[in-house]
Design a protein around this ligand. Sequence first.
Ligand code: G3P
Ligand code: MG
Length: 243
Amino acid sequence: MTKVFAHRGASGYAPENTLPAFALAEEQGADGVELDVQLTRDGQVVVIHDEKIDRTSDGEGFVRDYTLEELKAFSFHAQMEEYRGVKIPTLEEVLKTLKPGKMQVNIELKTGIFRYPEIEKKTIDIVRRMGMENRVIYSSFNHYSIQEILKLNPLAETAYLFSDVILHMEDYGKKTGVQGLHPAVYHLYMPELLEDYKKSGLKIRVWTVNRKEDMKKFIENDLEAVITNYPDLALEVRKQVED
Ligand code: G3P
Ligand code: MG
């Protein structure tokens, strides 16, 4: 059965990558959440998509130029009235709130632009400390980061993110030790690619699947997961497919 992962939490309804968005994903019945991590100036792993805070907060500048305490002073998503005053969460805060539940957690390491010192080790340490190793999937567009994760924990579940159509991606994935591939939704409009991925035996989690017809197609094709901003919608589609 294809799993439904909430992209940056249930970000179609609540501010992305915040505690309310993750709580809503759980409430809607998602099987997992996807979230993005970056590093603060004082080496704290925080959950935020962009390298800068400009788009999602009332502040400006790079995450890596602020300490956690400084970042906590900003209001995130202040434009969304009902979520006024939401703060940037640390990875640890997010995992703490998710720990009592059952959802899987796809941690995307945002290491494509900045090479944050030891973010892989810090992330793994937090996951270990929370005792959530068997619920976490590490992914990144930076495949060196994923290799670093595997060096630190050869048993970690990992996947490569990519946003271009790459020849023999599945062979490369298998050869370099990941269990999953996370392609962009538009790749799988190419039927031959969908077939190659299905045949590979790798876990294919597609992002970002927000259209009903796409959800239906991937669920019917029994892919591992759809990563969506609207988990409730995908769950509804899955139910229809099952019935
Ligand atoms: O992990 C899937 C997806 O989140 C990758 O793209 O830019 O939304 O982090 P982005
Ligand atoms: Mg992401």
